[in-house]
Design a protein around this ligand. Structure first.
Ligand SMILES: Cc1cc2nc3c(=O)[nH]c(=O)nc-3n(C[C@H](O)[C@H](O)[C@H](O)COP(=O)(O)O)c2cc1C
Length: 323
């Protein structure tokens, strides 16, 4: 066993010259130092001596950092590659049993905004739910930074459920000039199609109001995971289209409510499919993704309109309640 140990030490020296090899060694070292055998038992049974064991432990520790960095770099590279080439194997989610590890796991990024904690301190979920309204008078006074907005969207996309965990929703967040560009392009598409007087009196002021907001979130559905589910579960094939729409709606609702809870006003629009082509060309969105909705948000410059509620008795039916 001593022979083996020295061989390993010699190897460690040589291997540390190259990052890739070092990473492989770290995996190996981590593996053996995390065996559930207590080190004493291991030594008594002719295993590695405790000094060697400590050395290997240290090696594993010191090499685990580059390992994590390499993993992170790979994840980011994978994410970027997926944006340009959806056909790459690690971009696909062929069957549920082969769903890849999410590119960002909830534990892999610790830099999320603390705004959700702030929200929790101020509002309950039901309060946030009640406060979410359609606000059409919006301005450019954003109560949160762009980074915080992106963090909110990231949290929504990570944690909102999807049918069979398909994670089929894609979002494009347009802020500042890019947001304005969206509404300029929408106006360019609509103007030739709407009668002139109608455009002047209705469409144009409406589009200008959206343009006067701070940002727009575009919600797409990627048909690939949906198609994969159809193949994997033919018995439910006819349902997956509906469930993809439900998945999108859940994301829209969560983003809308989260933004409201963080002090924004927002409203939901549907200029798809009329703007799809132009938008997809402009922001290099894969042509096969389907635009489902646009969430316009910004500072609140007005109140929501009055809302009528149909009686709950006509809408909620309870059986079996005990207290
Ligand atoms: C699925 C869905 C689609 C909607 N589409 C639009 C839309 O295209 N344009 C719009 O101005 N509002 C749209 N809305 C907003 C609704 O009109 C609004 O939520 C509803 O009247 C209730 O008002 P509230 O949002 O203030 O609670 C949509 C809402 C939902 C849930």
């Amino acid at each position: 066993m001593v022979h083996v140990t020295w061989a390993m030490l010699a190897n460690a020296k040589t291997l540390s010259a190259g990052l890739i090899t070092g990473v492989l060694l770290a995996v190996f070292l981590q593996h053996i130092t995390h065996l559930h055998l207590p080190s004493d038992d291991f030594s008594r049974n002719g295993g590695l001596g405790s000094t060697t064991h400590a050395f290997l432990d240290n090696m594993a520790l010191s090499l685990s950092k580059p390992l994590q960095m390499a993993q992170q770099t790979w994840r980011h590279a994978a994410y970027k590659s997926c944006r340009v080439a959806q056909s790459l194997p690690f971009c696909q989610q062929p069957t549920i049993s082969r769903l890849p590890t999410p590119i960002f796991s909830s534990t892999s990024r610790t830099s999320f905004s603390t705004t959700s904690a702030t929200m929790a301190a101020q509002k309950s979920f039901l309060e946030a739910l009640k406060d979410r309204r359609s606000i059409y008078q919006l301005n450019k006074e954003a109560p949160k930074s762009d980074k915080e907005i992106v963090d909110i969207v990231n949290q929504v996309v990570l944690h909102v459920p999807s049918s069979f965990n398909s994670q089929s929703t894609r979002v494009v967040v347009l802020l500042n000039q890019e947001h304005e560009k969206f509404w300029t392009l929408t106006a360019e598409v609509l103007k030739p199609q709407v009668p002139e007087d109608q455009y002047k009196s209705g469409t144009e002021p409406k589009l200008n109001a959206f343009k006067g907001a701070y940002g727009t979130i575009l919600f797409f559905e990627d048909p690939q995971p949906v198609e994969d589910l159809r193949k994997a579960f033919p018995i439910y094939a006819h349902n997956f289209g509906d469930w993809s729409e439900h998945t999108s709606a859940m994301h829209q609702f969560a983003a809308w409510t989260a933004l409201e809870a963080e002090g924004f006003g927002a409203n939901l629009q549907h200029y798809n499919p009329i703007v799809d082509q132009k938008i997809q060309n402009e922001w290099k969105v894969p042509q096969e993704w389907k635009l489902r909705a646009q969430l316009v948000f910004g500072g609140k410059a007005g109140e929501a309109g009055e809302k009528q509620f149909k009686p709950l008795e006509d809408r909620v039916f309870v059986h079996g309640a005990k207290n």
